[in-house]
Design a protein around this ligand. Structure first.
Ligand SMILES: Nc1nc2c(c(=O)[nH]1)N[C@H]1C(S)=C(S)[C@@H](COP(=O)(O)OP(=O)(O)OC[C@H]3O[C@@H](n4cnc5c(=O)[nH]c(N)nc54)[C@H](O)[C@@H]3O)O[C@H]1N2
Ligand SMILES: Nc1nc2c(c(=O)[nH]1)N[C@H]1C(S)=C(S)[C@@H](COP(=O)(O)OP(=O)(O)OC[C@H]3O[C@@H](n4cnc5c(=O)[nH]c(N)nc54)[C@H](O)[C@@H]3O)O[C@H]1N2
Ligand SMILES: [Mo]
Length: 795
């Protein structure tokens, strides 16, 4: 029987917590009593979510008001901000939206707004934004996720869905019971499983990993970082050259084929395209045999070791795993395809403990064997604008309106975006080549950002609307990968004059004439009751009344983990339960993809040298491969100023880990400030020496807030250590146009002079309202849209 717990819980992407509030302040954050392995990130909520980095009132950039040219201090990201009233801010935003849609059409509004925002499902920023924009007449949006856009593009052609990557993983219990060997590309990084979108009641992954260790399952960690597998797994470390894993997988396949160790029945009856794939492996297509010696030269892994690895894969029950990160590099689609192909040759897909899985420890949840529940979510309506761009092509789109590009087998044209509207994401965290993004952000006529904090994205906006944090509003927390619904009861009043995204859009919708359609007559609490009611109608188990649920703080779905074996049904009955591919089988060769005519992915997994990797020509100038993975100390850029992340900084800068050999060759000692650079940009960081990092590799996690030393000058170095000033902004292939943050070379040098001050967490400089700006605000407002707007009464 569930015990009663204190009513005030909050759900975060890193788990459920109970904030203890005394005199209007959070004095402590307690873990949820049902969570067997709470995340240490809870400690960062106080400073990271509620601290001094917050935006306190609506702010408008001076240069936008004065229409300064976008150079020098007029550049977005470099300017001063003036405080305005809510009425002024909302009028300005409503008028801009109306002006742009009237003059340029709704496609000129970009509401892609990618990002994780916060865990509550009603105050889910992108859902609120999209609901609002759809009622406005639509907007250009984004497709795919930074997390796994390449997999989303390729897997449907290979297995008919994204099962085994996004969802539907074989469960850990079955693996722990049956698997002899786990081959893990990118390891099983325990730090990542602290996190899950929407939040969740229980962290399961640590327990699973402990049981993998206890059963003594052989784990092979193919990664540039030894600690991508927790120590307890006692994994064999294969310190591969980053970006070369595809060659390794092809050589494993090659060995299985030439040694006759592959499963002939599986490839003949559950797959199509084996002959084409084999021809490629043995060199019949391009004259290059993808054998172990060939792969040895690319990967830095001994040819004998590759052959031995292939034999052991075929010699027992084997599970091939891959971190999502491996498709966040150039040719990411081929890496996914090759991993599936390897599992097909082993022939154990659909058998307990065998097959493949992508992203097992990427987030909390994959493989926990729980049934998926349709939790409540805000209805978004339909977008009348059919235009969308691949999520990671945002800078291209802004820089090249009308430009032609190919994506997913079709030709497309970038829309002419005049207004960028971002709510719930931080592109100056997540996008690659931030110097280029900063240029792209100079292009639109207007940029509107809703955020809690003065992020670099907020600093690059014209109008910044301050949002109340998850602790300052009521919400429902839930994740499709978990069994809990959390009553997120407001713990604090909204900070200063911040408001929820919902309140902001309600006001804007009112001004634009569709207030009732947006709210449907409901306020926050009424929406929560309504969404809860819809959830109750959709499930087949008893649920408490809303009041009872709210009083208690949570409910959990009565469910026991069930055995799930990915594609179990298809494997046992390929004719009766076919996959959603043209052939109904796993496609090792796809006519459809071949028909797109992309030489970089010609209908099957295909090796091509990445633009940047240690064995390429670029390594002469930039001889270190940068791994910019997910941070252990925060969620992306969120909680950067929190205690956990702040404590790890070195002289206020993000730590960069180097192999001791590489460090000593450069005269770098622990604690030194270093400059990390390549042709795209540079950043400062604080040196940490660690032999868990492969030679030739440096590790600088994402998420340190972008902090250009001189924001008025293009390409100014980042004082704080954001790796995305260095990463390459290029699509994986034309199939997925996915981000390739992991394919990046750099050089690192000791910085002996006084390094620049870090100002990442400070607000931008304020502008005095004065007569000139007051006039400018009035002029903006008087210009008027195509038709009069109702003037506002609220402030
Ligand atoms: N180099 C490199 N870059 C990467 C990656 C990598 O591996 N390497 N990984 C990529 C991946 S997988 C991802 S998912 C992205 C993540 O990129 P993002 O999801 O953009 O990163 P977050 O820091 O989570 O940004 C969320 C923002 O929303 C704000 N926010 C929180 N709650 C609310 C709210 O209620 N309303 C509003 N309006 N705002 C809110 C937060 O303050 C924060 O600024 O990064 C990508 N970038
Ligand atoms: N603590 C924390 N957890 C998170 C997040 C966070 O911000 N903080 N973000 C969440 C999100 S949005 C996502 S999408 C997931 C992402 O989950 P993952 O994609 O698994 O995350 P990463 O940490 O970027 O990458 C895992 C490991 O892959 C390895 N790797 C990188 N390139 C290569 C390569 O070329 N070859 C090999 N063999 N290995 C390579 C890196 O060493 C890295 O540590 O994480 C989620 N979990
Ligand atoms: Mo992600």
């Amino acid at each position: 029987m569930d015990r009663a717990v204190p009513a005030r819980l909050t759900s975060t992407h890193w788990g459920v917590f109970e904030p203890v509030v005394v005199d209007g302040e959070v004095v402590e954050v307690l873990p949820f009593e049902r969570d067997p392995a709470p995340s240490y990130l809870g400690a960062s909520i106080r400073d990271g979510m509620l601290g001094d980095t917050r935006v306190r009132c609506p702010m408008v950039s001076e240069s936008w008001l004065l229409r300064s040219p976008r150079r020098g201090p007029g550049r977005r990201g470099a300017g001063r901000f003036v405080q305005v009233s809510w009425a002024e801010a909302l009028d300005l935003v409503a008028w801009e939206l109306d002006r742009v849609r009237t003059c340029h059409g709704n496609t000129a509004i970009y509401a892609g707004s990618y990002g994780w925002a916060s865990a509550g499902r009603f105050h889910h920023a992108q859902s609120q934004l999209r609901r609002f924009m759809n009622l406005l007449g639509g907007a250009t949006t984004a497709r795919g996720a930074y997390s796994f856009a390449a997999a989303q593009a390729v897997l449907p052609h290979v297995i008919g869905s994204t099962d085994g990557c996004v969802d539907g993983h074989s469960d850990w219990d079955t693996i722990i019971e049956n698997t002899d060997m786990v081959l893990a590309f990118g390891g099983l990084p325990a730090k990542n499983a602290q996190v899950g979108s929407g939040g969740f009641g229980e962290h399961h992954t640590p327990g699973h990993l402990r049981r993998v260790a206890a059963r003594g399952i052989r784990v092979v960690n193919v990664s540039p970082l030894r600690d991508d597998c927790p120590e307890e797994l006692n994994a064999q470390w294969v310190p591969v050259v980053p970006g070369s894993d595809l060659a390794l997988v092809l050589a494993l396949c090659h060995t299985l084929v030439v040694e006759g160790l592959y499963d002939r029945d599986f490839t003949a009856t559950r797959c199509v395209g084996f002959d084409e794939f084999r021809a490629y492996l043995v060199g019949a297509v391009d004259g290059v045999s993808k054998d172990a010696r060939w792969a040895g030269a690319h990967t830095g892994v001994g040819a004998e070791d590759i052959v031995a690895l292939a034999r052991s894969l075929a010699g027992g029950r084997s599970m091939v795993m891959m971190a999502w990160a491996l498709q966040r590099g150039e040719n990411g689609e081929s890496m996914c395809w090759a991993v599936v192909a390897l599992a097909c040759l082993i022939g154990q897909i659909g058998l307990p403990g065998g097959g493949f899985g992508i992203g097992y420890s990427a987030v909390n949840g994959p493989g926990n064997g729980r049934r998926r529940v349709r939790w409540p979510s805000l209805p978004q309506g339909l977008n009348p604008v059919t235009e969308s761009i691949p999520v990671a092509r945002i800078a291209d789109a802004l820089l090249d309106p009308g430009g032609r590009y190919e994506y997913g087998g079709r030709k497309h044209t970038y829309p002419d975006i005049r207004l960028v509207y971002w709510a719930g994401g931080n592109p100056f965290h997540h996008h690659q080549d931030l110097g280029r993004l900063a240029e792209a952000f100079q292009r639109p006529e207007t940029v509107v950002v809703h955020d809690l904090h003065w992020t670099a994205t907020a600093k690059h906006a014209d109008i910044v609307l301050p949002v109340a944090s998850a602790l300052e509003r009521n919400d429902l927390g839930a994740s499709g990968r978990d069994n809990y619904l959390i009553a997120m009861a407001q713990a604090l009043p909204a900070l200063a004059s911040s408001r929820t995204d919902f309140d902001i859009f309600t006001e804007l919708a009112g001004r634009l004439g569709f207030g009732d359609a947006f709210t449907e007559g409901r306020d926050e609490k009424a929406w929560l009751r309504h969404l809860y009611g819809r959830f109750q109608e959709s499930v087949d188990f008893p649920t408490p009344s809303f009041s009872e649920f709210w009083r208690r703080g949570w409910l959990s779905v009565p469910d026991e983990p069930a055995d799930t074996v990915l594609f179990g049904q298809f494997i046992s009955d390929p004719g009766g339960a076919p996959l959603n591919t043209p052939s109904g089988r796993i496609e090792l060769f796809s006519q459809t993809v071949a028909g797109f005519g992309y030489p970089e992915i010609p209908g099957r997994a295909h090796w091509r040298e990445p633009t940047e990797w240690l064995n390429g020509p670029g390594a002469t100038t930039y001889p270190l491969h940068l791994i910019s993975n997910q941070p252990a100390t925060r969620l992306h850029s969120q909680l950067d100023a929190g205690s956990v992340s702040a404590a790890a900084k070195i002289r206020n800068r993000e730590p960069i880990r180097l192999n001791p050999g590489d460090a000593s060759a450069r005269g770098i000692s622990p604690g030194d400030v270093v400059l990390v650079r390549n042709e795209r940009g540079s950043c400062f960081a604080g040196a940490v020496l660690d032999d868990a990092v492969r030679q030739g590799v440096v590790h600088l996690a994402t998420g340190a807030w972008f902090d250009p030393v001189d924001p008025a000058t293009a390409g100014s170095p980042c004082a704080h250590g954001n790796p995305n000033v260095l990463t390459l902004d290029k699509g994986t292939t034309r199939l997925g146009q996915a981000p390739i943050a992991m394919s990046c070379l750099v050089e690192v040098e000791r910085f002996d002079a006084e390094p620049p001050a870090v100002r990442a967490w400070l607000p931008p400089p304020p502008a005095d309202r004065g007569v000139r700006l007051a006039d400018a605000i009035a002029a903006r407002l008087n210009e008027g849209p195509s038709r009069p707007l109702t003037s506002s009464t609220t402030d």
